[in-house]
Design a protein around this ligand. Structure first.
Ligand SMILES: *[C@@H]1O[C@H](CO)[C@@H](O)[C@H](O)[C@H]1NC(C)=O
Ligand SMILES: *[C@@H]1O[C@H](CO)[C@@H](O)[C@H](O)[C@H]1NC(C)=O
Ligand SMILES: *[C@@H]1O[C@H](CO)[C@@H](O)[C@H](O)[C@H]1NC(C)=O
Ligand SMILES: *[C@@H]1O[C@H](CO)[C@@H](O)[C@H](O)[C@H]1NC(C)=O
Ligand SMILES: *[C@@H]1O[C@H](CO)[C@@H](O)[C@H](O)[C@H]1NC(C)=O
Ligand SMILES: *[C@@H]1O[C@H](CO)[C@@H](O)[C@H](O)[C@H]1NC(C)=O
Ligand SMILES: *[C@@H]1O[C@H](CO)[C@@H](O)[C@H](O)[C@H]1NC(C)=O
Ligand SMILES: *[C@@H]1O[C@H](CO)[C@@H](O)[C@H](O)[C@H]1NC(C)=O
Ligand SMILES: [Ca+2]
Length: 532
């Protein structure tokens, strides 16, 4: 009797529930694209799938692990596709993750971007699925944990153009198309909204989508974007280049001391003494004013007297690379950023340090310009540096520059982009985002209706620092813009409180060119600041 009842009622009831689809190869047999040749497809239905390592390829928007709390698991339909582009000799691994039970799917699609040389990977789909999104990601044609750019060279030592194009945007676009297609095949309907969320390389990828394939996304969040890659990646060797010209390798503690001196001088210009230089344009701190000053270091232990060469080196990094004719080639870094990431050293003693170049820049120039794994800035002349810089622009800007300011496609598709950049970014100069925004604005004075840039004072690369970090709120702000039409006139950021480092304060960041401004009153209260 009970069985009979259940057979009747439960059966009737079940038809009203979202159908749990079949996570099997058959469901996805039509999953392909005309320009690719599939080498293998694996479809697996997984319950209680561990999400450990979910931030290993990019890290923004990731649900962090909480110490002492068990790593969350997901029920996921996981599709791993390996494919090639015929005659290109490339191999791309793309991963699609779908909440296994249709009832857990929030009807949306979300891709998380990569970081550094990582285009993404299986770990990048785990947080989105944990949050209820369908997702996809790709290794872009090389292993996501590869820490060098050796994949950029063929075995004959030439540029591997297919690999570079895959990494730059082709594999990303394909992952988006495949992911959205799989979503439709599985749930029987398209995602209602599709999003991109990335920072650094992930921000550059987001810009690539905005410029080339905006129809794939309704909303794109792009933080600290490594756009104008051709210049950014070569500019990253400017510090080490100047250091070797002047044979100057200061220990990190000295670089920090110079930064602290600049902060001491310019912090209060914005009205709040909080370790943040919110008005860098008003700061004319001159590092040479420190020449002769003694710095006591502990690791390595000893005392360094600041020399003119040290002051000039730091000034050069703040200034950004210049050509032999004194023309600015690229943006520099702000005074409150940790430029030891550009001119860091390892030392065996206080007087014996070696510069450790920013690895991405070192790899870029080695693999794509010098085409030699043993490349070093040692021995380069000013002419050599100029030549490398121009080569990088000439050869690669159209492929990986991702700096096309024409966003007219995006305007047509109704896609929105929300970009942000920390003003204490130590890897990608903040003004790179500003320059891009200004170029788009000069092409379309109305660009604000679909693309906005928020600068975050005191925030380091992709988040953290003293400053007003929007990393936790920016995605929800994007969703509200896309889904509710809530135009982001402000962006919530969280900063370390003044006078109590174990507490926080909130501030509302401003769409560029408006400036986050202190009006007076309690420095820990959001209402003491406004956008001007
Ligand atoms: C998944 O985890 C839940 C809760 O811990 C447990 O009840 C269930 O049996 C697990 N399922 C599988 C297939 O391991
Ligand atoms: C991943 O997150 C953990 C803590 O949640 C952090 O320690 C680690 O640095 C993160 N890794 C990356 C690549 O972001
Ligand atoms: C960035 O641009 C602003 C506005 O033009 C300027 O005040 C600031 O000095 C620039 N910063 C760097 C490091 O070039
Ligand atoms: C460095 O340490 C010496 C003693 O070891 C001390 O006399 C000097 O004042 C210190 N300098 C600074 C700038 O702290
Ligand atoms: C560190 O260097 C100072 C001199 O600058 C010296 O007095 C001190 O003993 C050193 N400490 C160690 C642990 O070597
Ligand atoms: C400096 O350190 C290097 C190792 O990085 C070592 O080979 C060299 O002998 C050291 N030079 C001096 C003068 O101590
Ligand atoms: C849209 O607005 C509704 C009503 O205020 C709110 O509940 C919902 O969370 C908003 N959606 C987003 C994505 O912000
Ligand atoms: C600092 O902030 C923490 C966390 O909000 C709070 O518990 C503590 O009492 C504060 N300390 C002071 C001195 O206000
Ligand atoms: Ca300040």
């Amino acid at each position: 009797m009970f069985l009979l009842l259940c057979g009747f009622f439960c059966g009737t009831f079940a038809t009203k529930q979202p159908q749990t689809p079949a996570c099997s190869a058959k469901t996805f047999k039509s999953l392909s694209l005309s320009e690719i040749k599939i080498l293998s497809v694996h479809v697996t239905a997984n319950r209680n799938f561990s999400t450990s390592g979910r931030n290993s390829t990019g890290g923004v928007g990731v649900i962090p692990d909480i110490p002492g709390v068990e790593t969350p698991t997901v029920d996921i339909c996981l599709i791993s596709i390996t494919y090639t582009h015929p005659h290109q000799n490339d191999v791309i691994n793309t991963y699609i993750g779908l909440p296994l039970d249709a009832s857990k799917w929030n009807s949306r699609f979300l891709m998380h971007g990569g970081g550094g040389w990582s285009a993404g990977g299986q770990s990048s789909i785990l947080t989105p699925v944990l949050l209820g999104y369908a997702s996809s990601s790709t290794d872009g044609g090389h292993r996501p944990d590869e820490s060098t750019a050796d994949w950029g060279l063929t075995s004959q030592g030439r540029t591997n153009w297919p690999n570079l194009r895959d990494f730059s945007s082709i594999a990303i676009t394909e992952a988006a198309v495949l992911g959205k297609l799989a979503t439709k095949l599985y749930y029987g309907k398209h995602a209602r909204y599709s999003y991109w969320h990335g920072c650094s390389t992930g921000g550059r990828q987001g810009h690539a989508m905005a410029q080339e394939n905006p129809e794939l996304f309704d909303g794109i969040v792009a933080g600290a974007s490594a756009i104008t890659w051709d210049k950014f990646a070569t500019a990253g060797l400017w510090g080490p280049f100047i250091a070797q010209l002047s044979n100057t390798q200061p220990p990190v503690c000295v670089i920090e001391a110079v930064k602290e001196a600049a902060i001491a001088e310019c912090d209060a210009l914005d009205g709040v003494t909080d370790g943040i230089i919110a008005y860098p344009g008003q700061c004319d701190f001159d590092a040479s004013s420190l020449v002769g000053r003694e710095v006591n270091c502990t690791d390595p232990n000893g005392t360094v007297i600041i020399t003119k060469e040290i002051a000039d080196l730091v000034s050069a990094v703040w200034q950004g690379p210049e050509s032999l004719d004194g023309e600015s080639l690229w943006h520099g870094f702000h005074y409150d950023s940790d430029i030891a990431s550009m001119i860091g050293t390892t030392c065996t003693s206080i007087n014996n340090c070696t510069i450790v170049p920013f690895p991405i820049a070192q790899d870029w120039v080695s693999a794509f310009l010098a085409r030699s794994r043993s490349f070093s800035v040692n021995g380069l002349t000013r002419q050599d540096y100029d030549r490398l810089f121009h080569q990088s622009v000439e050869r690669y800007s159209s492929i990986i520059g991702t700096s096309n300011p024409d966003l007219s496609k995006m305007k047509k598709t109704g896609t929105k982009m929300l970009a942000w950049h920390g003003m204490a970014d130590q890897l990608v100069p903040t003004n790179s985002s500003v320059a891009y925004y200004e170029q788009t604005q000069s092409l379309d004075p109305d660009v604000d209706s679909y693309y906005r840039l928020f600068l975050a004072p005191g925030v380091t690369h992709c988040g953290f620092g003293n400053g007003f970090d929007p990393a936790e709120t920016v995605f929800d702000t994007m969703r509200a813009w896309v889904e509710n039409g809530t135009v982001p006139d402000r962006l919530e950021g969280v900063a370390v409180a003044v006078g109590n480092t174990s507490s926080t304060r909130t501030g509302y960041l401003c769409p560029y060119p408006q400036v986050f401004t202190y009006d007076g009153g309690d420095v820990n209260s959001a209402s003491s600041f406004s956008c001007r």
